[in-house]
Design a protein around this ligand. Structure first.
Ligand SMILES: Cc1ncc(COP(=O)(O)O)c(C=O)c1O
Length: 482
């Protein structure tokens, strides 16, 4: 017992990882310090801990700001073109929860069916009623390319009492759909557009990147500054503009949801990251875009690898953030998961994400040209050594869903786990999605229809990774007790 307690497994794992001197293509984009604002980086050791403070006189209060936090947020609002900005210390997740609880409440909200799970969290917390819209899919990569304005108009036609529309843009793959068109459609109906812009805090600072949510006229946007904006993990920002959103209601929700002991180190990292992006964002993003262009060129001639480029996008109003390097490895007969495993195990290269068909590497302000060379060489080596027979196709997600209860009602209803075979025809109490394209087969409150049951059986047989259910092997599933 005592010996066991001498261990610190997480700390040890972190130390071991750092000792590998890994090449990282993942979030946080500061790349283990390389892309951090210089002043934050210079605060090594004790000096950094001297900033780990609380609401002392002169240091303001995140929940009732009137001093330096208010000043820092006001500068953030100016640099992002917002009327008001809020610093978040529980990631974009808490921003999405706050927007849905404050601006939708128990009303209807239009949501892309494959929105991030933080959106489901917002629905459960608030009791909002989702009106799902389906994003388009790029077949070769099986990744989504956003929701069209026509889709929003159709959903609004069928649900004129909708309170807001939520958009996810850009998505995990750097694809940015027609947000300005969606905003137009929503504003015609007098409702706000709330954007999950977790992957877009850098967009505003370089003309070669898709326009950001505030520039596209959205009413609210939440950005993970820690992902690609140069701040520390968990720190995000929420921006508001216009008259369709109630800033006081959003502030009240944030007071409800965020800790009363916010980390001043995270808050200061947001302040410095905003300054760095405003003053040097263009040159920093130019460097990242150049690295991305170079590695794309190096990889473009390799047989059996297919790189996602703007030419793969379905329509003109869809754009690509090319700092996200999306590579389909299907041609190798390997899954993205397998290639990701080879990269980390054999070459100590850590990418951001893998799915069945693709790997995703993030080229950020912390990426070096040496890292990019290592990734290109490793992928060349894999293509030479590891080709396998063709992969089976991924079963198509059933797109017809039958909503019986709101997600919140299903979440709080009495529920039990049953073997999958007994779940047919019952109401699901949890979400189940397979990536890609991450469109859930089920959300809480939906019926496990015959089609969905067959699909889940196939997923289980193929051993594909599932997101959402409490039993990810899908031997059992949680259903509402009726
Ligand atoms: C599309 C999307 N939205 C929201 C989030 C949540 O962001 P955070 O991790 O900053 O809470 C993520 C996280 O990966 C995401 O990919």
């Amino acid at each position: 017992m005592l010996n066991e307690q001498r261990r610190a497994p997480l700390f040890e794992a972190l130390k071991e990882h750092a000792l590998k001197k890994p090449a990282g293509f993942h979030i946080p984009g500061h790349g283990q310090g390389r892309g951090l604002p210089a002043e934050l980086l210079s605060l090594g050791g004790q000096a950094l801990f001297a900033f780990d403070l609380t609401e002392l006189p002169g240091l303001d209060d995140l929940h009732n700001p009137g001093g330096p936090i208010a000043g820092a947020q006001a500068l953030a609002a100016k640099s992002y073109g917002a009327d008001q900005s809020f610093f978040l210390i529980n990631g974009t997740t808490v921003g999405i929860h706050a927007l849905i609880t404050a601006l939708v409440g128990q009303g209807k909200v239009i949501i892309p069916r494959n929105a991030h799970r933080s959106v489901l969290g917002g629905l459960v917390l608030s009791g909002a009623d989702p009106v799902y819209v389906l994003p388009g899919i790029i077949p070769e990569f099986e990744v989504d390319c956003g929701v069209t304005p026509a889709c929003i108009r159709q959903a609004l036609g069928l649900n004129p009492d909708t309170a807001a529309a939520l958009a996810v843009r850009p998505n995990y793959y750097g694809i940015a759909g027609d947000l300005a068109g969606q905003v137009l459609a929503a504003h015609e109906a007098g409702i706000p557009v709330l954007v999950d812009e977790a992957h877009g805090p850098h967009l505003r600072f370089h003309h070669a990147l898709p326009a950001d949510a505030m520039a596209a006229g959205a009413d609210a946007a939440v950005q993970s500054m820690h992902k690609l904006g140069g701040s520390l993990g968990q720190s995000s920002m929420l921006h508001l503009q216009g008259d369709l959103v109630d800033a006081d209601a959003v502030a009240a929700s944030l007071r409800l949801l965020q800790t009363t002991s916010p980390s001043y180190i995270l808050l200061a990292s947001l302040d410095l990251a905003r300054r760095q992006m405003f003053l040097h964002g263009e040159e920093l993003m130019e460097k990242a875009l150049t690295l991305a262009r170079d590695i794309r060129q190096k990889l473009s001639g390799i047989r059996n690898l297919r790189i996602l480029t703007s030419d793969c996008l379905p329509e003109q109003r869809c754009e690509l953030d090319t700092t996200k390097l999306v590579i389909s490895v299907r041609g190798l007969g390997l899954t993205g998961y397998q290639v990701s495993g080879l990269l980390s195990g054999r070459y100590r290269i850590f990418i951001e994400m893998a799915d069945f068909n693709n790997i995703v590497a993030v080229i950020s302000t912390g990426t070096t040209s040496e890292d990019c060379d290592e990734l290109a060489d490793a992928l060349k080596d894999i293509t030479a050594r590891d080709k396998l027979p063709a992969l089976p196709p991924l079963p198509g997600t059933p797109l017809r869903y039958k909503k019986i209860m709101k997600p919140r009602d299903a979440w709080f209803a009495p529920a039990k786990k049953v073997p999958l075979a007994e779940a047919r025809g019952r109401i699901c109490a949890e979400a189940v999605a397979v990536y890609p394209p991450g469109v859930p087969a089920l959300n809480p409150g939906e019926e496990i229809t015959g089609d969905i049951y067959e699909y889940l059986q196939r997923i289980r047989e193929m051993g594909l990774p599932c997101h959402g259910p409490s039993d990810t092997t899908l031997k059992t599933i949680k259903i509402v007790i009726e």
